[in-house]
Design a protein around this ligand. Structure first.
Ligand code: FAD
Length: 333
């Protein structure tokens, strides 16, 4: 592989002029990979009036920040961001580029890879360098999460991957760390951007981080349908908690992936975890068995969840849950 390509790049995603957590997670991991290769780490920051964010990238481990500042880059557009990044890659030839697997990154990464004709491994959960070939080892779940595949891109450069947010930790900042901030020329005109952003409407739906919830009422396949989750929500509301779900519930589309508890979801440790219609598969238990107090409501007294429960209620959740909600509401007056 051509020695022309050098250095590790990370896409420093910002929104409303503020770096996203994933940008720092990638900078931390990128630093580690760059050190393994003995190369430098560059963060690529696109936007308008965003150069004030460069300092944090350097303090988090970047050696250099390429700032592409232009009014046309204020809001993310596929055309605008793809063109600027492809121009930079073609000019400077990085060996590796990491992009967050966010809504923006999942749109941008494949478009850039396609345009510069290289490979991209999407949704990576681990990254390393092969000691012998020095190729990037990109690991991601495959076959519905049943096995982990490690993928190399041996013949094309840069090696590109999108990385799941939250997999790598945000590095500690080093306040005295210095680096280079370079403002790059942006060769972009209105006509290059075919989609026009007319208005940005923020989703009003409440985003809850279940890892921080003290009380979780979680539903599984036994809930039976999406409407069934409304009785779980009522109980969660009465208790001042939030809802969660098993993978079966998420796969059925009854609750969003953000709320999945377990090995491939979130690990939670609330004061109270109420499992409703969840059998207690090992992958689910992995994400909740450290909860302080577990109540399991299940028709089947022999379900594995009953084994880890502090209180096992054998019964139909459609009878037990509304009853429980009424009791809690009555206690609150
Ligand atoms: P089921 O196992 O089908 O259980 C449904 C339960 O509901 C049963 O116990 C039944 O008795 C009870 N029930 C039915 N009707 C009622 C009723 N009316 N009232 C009361 N109880 C009722 N799973 C996760 O949850 N999280 C993960 O992160 C996760 N990661 C995985 C990763 C891998 C690699 C693999 C292979 C699997 C993973 N799984 C995960 C899936 C896991 O193995 C189980 O398939 C899943 O947890 C089952 O979900 P469930 O308990 O909701 O459904």
């Amino acid at each position: 592989m051509s020695k022309e390509y050098k250095g590790v790049w990370v896409f420093a995603e910002q929104r409303d002029g503020k770096l996203q957590k994933i940008a720092l997670e990638l900078t931390g991991k990128g630093r580690e990979i760059a050190d393994k290769l003995g190369e430098s780490l560059t963060a690529v920051l696109l936007g308008h009036n965003v150069s004030n964010q460069a300092k944090l990238l350097i303090e988090s481990g970047a050696d250099r920040v390429l700032v592409a500042d232009d009014p046309l880059l204020k809001e993310y557009t596929t055309d605008g961001y793809t063109k600027v990044i492809c121009d930079l890659i073609n000019e400077r030839k990085p060996e590796i580029m990491f992009i967050g697997a966010t809504y923006i990154g999942r749109d941008l990464g494949p478009r850039v890879a396609g345009r510069i004709h290289t490979g991209l491994t999407a949704d990576c959960t681990a990254l390393d360098i092969d000691g012998e070939t020095k190729n990037l080892l990109m690991t991601r779940p495959a076959f519905g999460g049943n096995l982990m595949a490690t993928i190399e891109c041996s013949n094309y450069r840069p090696q590109m991957s999108t990385v799941r947010p939250g997999v790598f930790s945000v590095p500690d900042t080093n306040a005295g760390r210095t680096g280079e901030v370079e403002n790059v020329n942006v060769n972009l005109a209105d006509k290059d951007i075919r989609a026009k952003v007319v208005e940005i409407v923020k989703s009003v739906k409440e985003i809850v981080d279940i890892t921080e919830a003290q009380i979780i009422v979680s539903g599984g396949r036994g809930v039976g349908n999406q409407e069934g989750f409304s009785i779980l929500r009522e109980l969660a509301e009465a208790l001042g908690g939030t809802v969660g779900g098993s993978r079966a519930a998420v796969d059925s589309g009854w609750i969003e992936k953000n709320f999945q508890v377990g090995q491939t979801g979130k690990t939670v440790r609330p004061k109270l975890y109420i499992a409703c219609g969840i059998s207690g598969a090992i992958q689910h238990l992995a994400g909740m068995q450290e909860s302080d107090y577990i109540i399991a409501i299940n028709k089947n007294g022999d379900a594995p969840i009953m084994g880890v429960a502090d209180l096992a209620v054998v019964g139909d959740l459609y009878k037990v849950v509304p009853e429980l909600t009424r009791e809690v509401q009555a206690l609150k007056g």
